[in-house]
Design a protein around this ligand. Structure first.
Ligand SMILES: *Cc1c(COP(=O)(O)O)cnc(C)c1O
Length: 226
């Protein structure tokens, strides 16, 4: 399948889902997850209308950011963050969705270049307390949200989550419903939050059905990663 066919089938799935669950398709953002794929693949997706791209590995991401500087791309960092990498992330990305601890938040705040707008942040929550997975715990989430809210160069946008992988639609629905409840709970306090980043190639529909505002699509758009 080429990228045009893949995009068509993504659009079909999303349209059917939005129709079935009475969701306004225009309020859903699609993030193209381009990690491991070359700049030429990003260019092709951009030409097809994608403007927001997600990367997980800093070195390869920086090369792509530099080589595609002439395009108006909004770059999201979505991978694990070591604290010695925050300066490059703060200088080169518009969004960071994988913030999971205070130290990272404080460094991004401090290292955000003054000529750039506040950096957009989603806190990654490890909602199901999986030991191998990154993310702030449900217990520590309130404190981290408050810190993100207070720091002057941070613009708190919402939450990002990656639930346990499963092919069972009912389980996907159940997991995403719980994450959405958590997000909606904190939106009572931080009503300006507008981003619930959940859903990947394998579980887009379940995430959208439960109120995702941004799905992060890698494989379904670019094909299998090496
Ligand atoms: C790789 C990745 C994705 C995309 O996953 P696919 O299953 O290929 O769509 C989404 N979110 C994060 C955080 C990722 O690391």
């Amino acid at each position: 399948m080429n990228i045009a066919n893949r995009i068509a089938s993504i659009h079909t799935e999303i349209e059917q889902c939005c129709c079935k669950y009475h969701i306004n398709i225009n309020e859903l953002k699609l993030l193209a997850v381009s990690k491991t794929h070359p700049a030429s693949a990003i260019q092709a997706a951009y030409d097809a209308g994608f403007t927001e791209f997600g990367e997980s590995y800093l070195q390869e991401a920086l090369e792509k950011v530099r080589s595609l500087r002439n395009l108006s791309i909004i770059w999201h960092f979505i991978g694990p963050i070591q604290s010695n990498k925050t300066r490059d992330i703060a200088a080169n990305f518009d969004w960071v969705q994988s913030v999971d601890r205070a130290r990272i938040l404080e460094r991004l705040n401090q290292q955000r270049p003054a000529h750039l707008p506040k950096i957009n942040i989603c806190l990654q929550v490890n909602y199901f307390a999986e030991s191998q997975k990154k993310g702030v715990s449900v217990e520590e989430l309130p404190e981290l949200l408050e810190l993100a809210h207070q720091l002057p160069n941070i613009r708190l946008r919402g939450l990002m989550a990656i639930p346990p992988k499963t092919d069972c639609f009912e389980t996907q629905m159940n997991q995403y419903r719980q994450i959405a409840e958590c997000y909606n709970h904190y939106r009572q306090r931080y009503s300006f939050m507008d981003t619930l980043s959940m859903g990947m190639s394998n579980d887009l529909s379940a995430a959208i059905a439960n109120g995702s505002s941004m799905v992060r699509i890698g494989t379904a758009l670019f094909g299998k990663r090496q």
